[in-house]
Design a protein around this ligand. Sequence first.
Ligand code: NAD
Length: 364
Amino acid sequence: MARHAVTLLPGDGVGPEICDATLRVLEATGVEFDWDVQPAGEGAMQEFGTPLPPPVLESIRRTGVALKGPITTPVGTGFRSVNVALRQELDLYALVRPVKAYRGARNLRDDLDFVIVRENTEDIYAGIEFEQGTPDCDRLLAEISELAHKKIRPDSGLSIKPISISGSDRVVQFAFDYARRNGRRLVTAVHKANIMKHTDGLFLATARKVAERNPDIQFNDRIVDNMCMQLVLRPYEYDVLCCPNLYGDIISDLGAGMIGGLGLAPGANIGASAAVFEATHGSAPKYAGQNRVNPMAVMLSAVLMLRHLEETEAADAMESAIALVIKEGKALTYDMKADRSDPTAVGTSQVADAVIAKIRVGAR
Ligand code: NAD
């Protein structure tokens, strides 16, 4: 079996403890890794004066794969989010978030199994904003009012929503490729093209063209508000949802809620030459160092990483072991209990012990 060089960013807050738990489980799968451990976030800030020192990006560019713990975004210090910076610097344009119900979790229903592919680089999240009252904002307001022949209130702020043909084409193509690789049958484009014709409309028109190039996978589209209702009422009719950035962000949290919360919601940020695997949740600083939070979202992100590395057998073994621990309902953290103060809840490292024990007995 080949060894895999992988960058490890333990992150900060609860990051190091949930990454440690995940590493122990990965070790139990028998897959061999050469970890390049890189500090990012608060620890790096203290040591190097920046939360994202250059060796972090160099390492991921070299290995092409990273497993990442959450990283706190410092408020009011002027530092941009390390998480956003990583996605932009490495052009990780597709964010994959599976929504899969494991029996025994606090699921909305037990038959949930769809995947959100979120565009990760443009849309209203491009970071192009103009603060109300500044000269630049006033200038732009006047210009747009003239060009659009519409009066915008002069005390407005502005956020720009760019959506491109090239950015849409590559993420929708990714969704089709993902569907094909993972035995899924349908891609649904999510949009609000009836209102935003030149951004969401462009996304939808591009998605339709990409669908023509991929006739082996079915394609349809849904307006985002209807999509939310459909996911609650008839989720089994959907398979891979491809969304512009904002809708993908919101639907991902809807999905996380449907499968029992953030503690079980994994993610993969994927680009042409690098992939970063991380949980949907943040650094939960109030729980840092307490051995309390759920490591399963990072563990399930590591399962996605194993699949990306084509370690299918190990991925299946690890996912089955996690599913069995959930089903048995004994070694679960507080967030998976009906009552969050349930005294039978276990800690982060005990969840890892339970998953490792299942892997050792060959859980299926
Ligand atoms: P959060 O996800 O860190 O925590 C919100 C709450 O969710 C927690 O207080 C906790 O009750 C619960 N929670 C989160 N993860 C859990 C787990 N594994 N097990 C059990 N319960 C869990 O969100 P926040 O408080 O909004 O953000 C904290 C920091 O994390 C901020 O600085 C934010 O910018 C950052 N953040 C980072 C990432 C990332 O690294 N990709 C993502 C989101 C937020």
